[in-house]
Write a new protein. Structure first.
Length: 118
């Protein structure tokens, strides 16, 4: 069994910062990609940031230059540093972990709420 747990969400004023964490535990040998997605009310889930095992990163256009994704392979943990937050960043943030199984299989966390007030 694999568990993915997000933490660090909360309420922040526009212009503020938050740091999210995503910890994977259980029967894990290798983790390929670790990603953050978000879903705002009434909208589809969208990719925020992705980081490969070799730490190559990809960001959604709306967060480039403001958010930074990082990972600690020894701790099976990913982080999302969010700066210059805007009200439109509000939503539930989900962590997705792709395990190095054959075939690779994604596991999702339950999500953490981020609310940015104007």
């Amino acid at each position: 069994q694999v568990q993915v747990v997000e933490s660090g969400g909360g309420l922040v004023e526009a212009g503020g910062s938050l740091r999210l964490s995503c910890a994977a535990s259980g029967s894990i040998f290798t983790i390929f990609d670790m990603s953050w997605y978000r879903q705002a009310p009434g909208k589809q889930r969208e990719l925020v940031a992705n980081i490969t095992r070799s730490e190559e990163t990809t960001y959604g256009d709306s967060v480039k230059g403001r958010f930074t994704i990082a990972r600690d392979n020894g701790k099976n943990t990913a982080y999302l540093q969010m700066n210059s937050l805007k009200p439109e960043d509000t939503g539930v943030y989900y962590c997705r972990v792709v395990l190095g199984t054959t075939p690779p299989y994604p596991h999702w966390g339950q999500g953490t709420q981020v609310t940015v007030s104007s």
